[in-house]
Design a protein around this ligand. Structure first.
Ligand SMILES: NC(=O)c1ccc[n+]([C@@H]2O[C@H](COP(=O)([O-])OP(=O)(O)OC[C@H]3O[C@@H](n4cnc5c(N)ncnc54)[C@H](OP(=O)(O)O)[C@@H]3O)[C@@H](O)[C@H]2O)c1
Length: 331
């Protein structure tokens, strides 16, 4: 089969398209012929040795995808050759080979059906980011109803998922994006207002809009110097679900900003959930999106041989998910 390989941990610049052995299913595994795979910043972090997973080299990246079941291993029940399935979560693309390949071996328990009415690309990019967003929204227990939720990096994979799920839960959503066109799209997805984090007046504008309330929960995909500004917008007992750090390390800030409003910060780890927890969350996500009439947002689908260009697109900042059409290479 053809696969995109990395031979070291020096980054996605070293990706090469090459022949690799077809995977063989172990007991309780299936082989998917990959139709669509989705990119995540985690792929880049893993390739740069900035991720907990340390797979054997050469390694195939790619956490997410949808494909056709072409082989089943011993002991597999409930999944058959000819079924189409999405990968929910697990070690695929982390400590085991991923979806940037024509075929991938996946533990059968890590597969889910494609939700009714979703296209393959929509399903291929959804699982990791919606599970992450759902964890970020629910990890603190019940929120005020309705809560004010602020989402940073809102146009990205996790950001769009967080906006849609928070809206579907009935919360008031404020989002941050540096791009006017994407800000317009976020409003269409249900955000009450979108601010540009590069405009020094964004915090005051958000506070004025919310007066006399403040933000109850911030979902932060960005980190860097934005985090202290996000904390400033929180109200009494405000919480921050820390998801990502696309803007790098957070500069030193005064921890007294946390004391008086009893603010809590907590890390999100989508890989920290058990299979059962992920499945239960996924069921809630699909139901919430169906009730709200919301669907995953696909930014762009690249041909299989353009993975480096797809990573460039992801780095520039997408509107939803960046995908790879792997099936096109199978024909
Ligand atoms: N903790 C977990 O379990 C978990 C799970 C999944 C992802 N993550 C992490 O969460 C983060 C977001 O993931 P994602 O898939 O949503 O990323 P993404 O699809 O690449 O989107 C991130 C968005 O953030 C904005 N952005 C990027 N760099 C920025 C910067 N330097 N300053 C301000 N805004 C910036 C861009 O929006 P605009 O151009 O519109 O401003 C971009 O569309 C990543 O760090 C990822 O590794 C963590």
């Amino acid at each position: 089969m053809k696969a995109w390989l990395i031979d070291d941990f020096k980054g996605v610049g070293g990706l090469r398209l090459a022949e690799a052995p077809n995977p063989i299913p172990l007991p309780d595994e299936v082989i998917l012929q990959v139709n669509h795979a989705a990119l995540n910043p985690a792929d880049r972090y893993l390739a740069e040795n900035l991720y907990p997973a340390k797979p054997r080299l050469p390694h195939i990246l790619g956490r997410d995808g949808v494909g056709l079941v072409v082989e089943v291993g011993n002991g597999v029940t409930g999944v058959h050759v000819g079924d189409r399935r999405a990968i929910l979560r697990g070690q695929v693309g982390g400590n085991r080979s991923g979806t940037f390949a024509q075929r991938v071996a996946v533990p059968a328990q890590d597969l889910v059906e494609i939700p009714a009415g979703w296209s393959e690309p929509e399903a291929a990019g959804a699982t990791l980011v919606y599970l992450t967003a759902y964890q970020a929204l629910t990890m603190w227990g019940p929120l005020p109803s309705p809560a004010v939720v602020l989402v940073t990096g809102a146009s990205g994979g996790v950001g769009v998922a967080a906006v849609q799920l928070a809206v579907a839960m009935g919360h008031k959503v404020l989002s941050l994006s540096r791009n006017p066109e994407k800000s317009r799209r976020l409003t269409q997805l249900g955000a009450s207002a979108t601010f540009n984090p590069e405009d020094s007046r964004w915090r005051q504008a958000a506070k004025t809009l919310l007066e006399p309330r403040r933000v109850d929960l911030a979902i932060d995909n960005i980190g860097g110097k934005l985090l202290p500004e996000v904390i400033d917008t929180l109200g009494e007992q405000g919480r921050v679900s820390l998801v990502g750090r696309l803007a790098g390390p957070v500069p030193s800030f005064n921890t007294a900003t946390l004391f008086f409003r009893r603010i809590r910060l907590g890390g999100v780890a989508v890989d920290g959930w058990t299979n059962a927890e992920s499945r239960a969350a996924w069921q809630q996500i699909v139901e919430l999106l169906a009730r709200a009439g919301a669907r995953p947002q696909v930014d762009k689908v690249f041909p299989f041989d353009q993975l480096p260009q797809a990573f460039e697109r992801l780095e520039r900042g997408p509107m939803g998910k960046v995908l790879l059409a792997v099936r096109s290479s199978n024909s």
